[in-house]
Design a protein around this ligand. Sequence first.
Ligand SMILES: [Zn+2]
Length: 172
Amino acid sequence: MLIPYRPATMSIMRSKPRFIIIHDASCMYPEIEKVSIDSKLPQTFSSRLFNWIISGQSDLNYHYMVERVGQDYESFLGRPLDRLCIYKDIPDQINSRAIHIGMIGKYDKQIPTPRFYLQIAYRIIIPNMHLFGIPYGNIYFHNDLSEKHKECPGLFFKKSLFMSKLKSLPIR
Ligand SMILES: [Zn+2]
Protein backbone atom coordinates (compact mmCIF):
# COMPACT_ATOMS: atom_id res chain seq x y z
CA MET A 1 0.00 0.00 0.00
CA LEU A 2 1.28 3.44 -0.93
CA ILE A 3 0.22 6.23 1.39
CA PRO A 4 -0.64 9.43 -0.49
CA TYR A 5 1.27 12.65 0.24
CA ARG A 6 -0.92 15.38 1.70
CA PRO A 7 1.28 18.37 2.54
CA ALA A 8 -1.70 20.76 2.57
CA THR A 9 -3.13 19.00 5.64
CA MET A 10 -0.17 20.08 7.81
CA SER A 11 0.66 23.55 9.13
CA ILE A 12 3.86 25.15 7.93
CA MET A 13 6.69 25.95 10.36
CA ARG A 14 6.90 29.70 9.82
CA SER A 15 10.14 30.40 11.68
CA LYS A 16 13.41 28.51 11.89
CA PRO A 17 13.34 25.72 14.46
CA ARG A 18 14.66 26.66 17.90
CA PHE A 19 13.81 23.55 19.94
CA ILE A 20 14.31 19.79 19.71
CA ILE A 21 11.94 17.44 21.55
CA ILE A 22 12.60 13.72 22.07
CA HIS A 23 9.90 11.03 22.42
CA ASP A 24 9.61 7.27 22.54
CA ALA A 25 6.75 5.19 21.15
CA SER A 26 4.75 5.47 24.38
CA CYS A 27 3.14 8.75 23.33
CA MET A 28 2.35 7.75 19.76
CA TYR A 29 0.15 4.67 19.78
CA PRO A 30 0.56 3.14 23.24
CA GLU A 31 -1.99 0.45 22.46
CA ILE A 32 -0.11 -0.87 19.42
CA GLU A 33 2.60 -3.17 20.66
CA LYS A 34 3.98 -3.77 17.15
CA VAL A 35 5.49 -0.30 16.85
CA SER A 36 6.70 -0.19 20.41
CA ILE A 37 8.91 -3.25 20.60
CA ASP A 38 12.48 -3.60 19.52
CA SER A 39 12.04 -5.53 16.28
CA LYS A 40 14.47 -7.05 13.81
CA LEU A 41 12.49 -5.40 11.00
CA PRO A 42 12.23 -1.64 10.49
CA GLN A 43 9.08 -0.27 12.12
CA THR A 44 8.91 3.25 10.68
CA PHE A 45 6.74 2.20 7.75
CA SER A 46 4.43 0.17 10.01
CA SER A 47 4.10 3.24 12.23
CA ARG A 48 3.26 5.36 9.21
CA LEU A 49 0.67 2.86 8.06
CA PHE A 50 -1.01 2.77 11.50
CA ASN A 51 -0.92 6.54 11.58
CA TRP A 52 -2.56 6.75 8.15
CA ILE A 53 -5.27 4.25 9.09
CA ILE A 54 -5.96 5.76 12.52
CA SER A 55 -5.60 9.49 11.89
CA GLY A 56 -5.69 9.88 8.11
CA GLN A 57 -2.34 11.69 8.29
CA SER A 58 0.17 10.56 5.70
CA ASP A 59 3.10 11.77 7.78
CA LEU A 60 4.08 10.74 11.28
CA ASN A 61 3.81 13.14 14.19
CA TYR A 62 7.62 13.20 14.45
CA HIS A 63 10.04 14.84 12.03
CA TYR A 64 12.58 12.07 12.58
CA MET A 65 12.21 8.43 13.55
CA VAL A 66 15.06 6.45 15.05
CA GLU A 67 15.16 2.70 15.33
CA ARG A 68 17.35 -0.37 15.29
CA VAL A 69 17.78 -1.93 11.87
CA GLY A 70 19.81 -5.12 11.85
CA GLN A 71 22.95 -4.61 13.92
CA ASP A 72 22.83 -0.84 14.11
CA TYR A 73 20.48 2.14 14.40
CA GLU A 74 19.07 4.27 11.59
CA SER A 75 17.27 7.60 11.35
CA PHE A 76 14.34 8.19 9.03
CA LEU A 77 12.23 11.21 8.15
CA GLY A 78 8.74 10.93 9.62
CA ARG A 79 7.38 14.30 8.48
CA PRO A 80 8.84 17.06 6.28
CA LEU A 81 10.92 19.35 8.46
CA ASP A 82 9.03 22.48 7.39
CA ARG A 83 5.66 21.15 8.64
CA LEU A 84 4.56 21.31 12.26
CA CYS A 85 3.89 18.25 14.38
CA ILE A 86 0.77 18.49 16.53
CA TYR A 87 1.14 18.47 20.33
CA LYS A 88 -1.64 20.26 22.15
CA ASP A 89 0.04 19.48 25.50
CA ILE A 90 3.21 21.42 24.56
CA PRO A 91 3.14 25.24 24.79
CA ASP A 92 2.54 26.70 21.35
CA GLN A 93 5.46 29.12 21.51
CA ILE A 94 7.74 26.06 21.74
CA ASN A 95 5.87 23.62 19.48
CA SER A 96 5.56 26.13 16.64
CA ARG A 97 9.39 26.05 16.39
CA ALA A 98 10.12 22.47 17.43
CA ILE A 99 11.75 19.52 15.72
CA HIS A 100 10.33 16.26 17.11
CA ILE A 101 12.29 13.02 17.25
CA GLY A 102 10.44 9.73 17.83
CA MET A 103 12.28 6.61 18.94
CA ILE A 104 10.80 3.22 18.13
CA GLY A 105 10.73 1.29 21.38
CA LYS A 106 9.47 1.92 24.89
CA TYR A 107 12.20 3.03 27.22
CA ASP A 108 10.40 2.16 30.39
CA LYS A 109 11.01 -1.47 29.30
CA GLN A 110 14.23 -1.33 27.29
CA ILE A 111 17.53 0.19 28.32
CA PRO A 112 19.03 2.22 25.46
CA THR A 113 22.59 1.41 24.45
CA PRO A 114 25.35 4.07 24.34
CA ARG A 115 25.37 3.64 20.54
CA PHE A 116 21.67 4.55 20.39
CA TYR A 117 22.23 7.79 22.28
CA LEU A 118 25.19 8.58 20.07
CA GLN A 119 23.36 7.88 16.81
CA ILE A 120 20.55 10.31 17.63
CA ALA A 121 23.08 12.94 18.67
CA TYR A 122 25.32 12.47 15.64
CA ARG A 123 22.77 12.01 12.84
CA ILE A 124 19.98 14.33 13.95
CA ILE A 125 20.66 16.66 16.83
CA ILE A 126 24.15 17.98 16.12
CA PRO A 127 23.39 18.87 12.46
CA ASN A 128 20.20 20.68 13.45
CA MET A 129 21.92 22.53 16.32
CA HIS A 130 24.59 23.61 13.84
CA LEU A 131 22.26 24.63 10.99
CA PHE A 132 19.69 26.46 13.11
CA GLY A 133 21.80 27.69 16.04
CA ILE A 134 19.86 25.66 18.60
CA PRO A 135 21.50 25.77 22.07
CA TYR A 136 21.86 22.76 24.40
CA GLY A 137 19.28 24.32 26.73
CA ASN A 138 16.60 24.05 24.02
CA ILE A 139 16.78 20.27 23.80
CA TYR A 140 13.87 18.78 25.72
CA PHE A 141 12.34 15.44 26.49
CA HIS A 142 8.57 15.37 26.00
CA ASN A 143 8.08 14.99 29.75
CA ASP A 144 10.02 18.22 30.38
CA LEU A 145 7.19 20.12 28.70
CA SER A 146 4.03 18.09 29.22
CA GLU A 147 1.83 17.26 32.20
CA LYS A 148 0.02 14.67 30.09
CA HIS A 149 2.97 12.59 28.93
CA LYS A 150 5.09 12.21 32.03
CA GLU A 151 6.26 8.76 30.85
CA CYS A 152 7.66 9.92 27.48
CA PRO A 153 10.41 8.99 26.58
CA GLY A 154 10.63 6.40 29.37
CA LEU A 155 12.49 6.11 32.65
CA PHE A 156 15.50 4.30 31.18
CA PHE A 157 16.20 6.99 28.59
CA LYS A 158 18.39 9.17 30.79
CA LYS A 159 18.70 12.84 30.02
CA SER A 160 22.01 13.28 31.85
CA LEU A 161 23.55 10.36 29.93
CA PHE A 162 22.10 11.56 26.64
CA MET A 163 23.39 15.12 27.14
CA SER A 164 26.87 13.85 28.00
CA LYS A 165 26.93 11.80 24.76
CA LEU A 166 25.69 14.83 22.84
CA LYS A 167 28.36 17.08 24.35
CA SER A 168 31.06 14.55 23.45
CA LEU A 169 30.53 15.41 19.75
CA PRO A 170 31.72 18.63 18.10
CA ILE A 171 28.95 20.93 16.86
CA ARG A 172 31.02 22.05 13.90
ZN1 LIG B 1 6.16 12.02 23.52
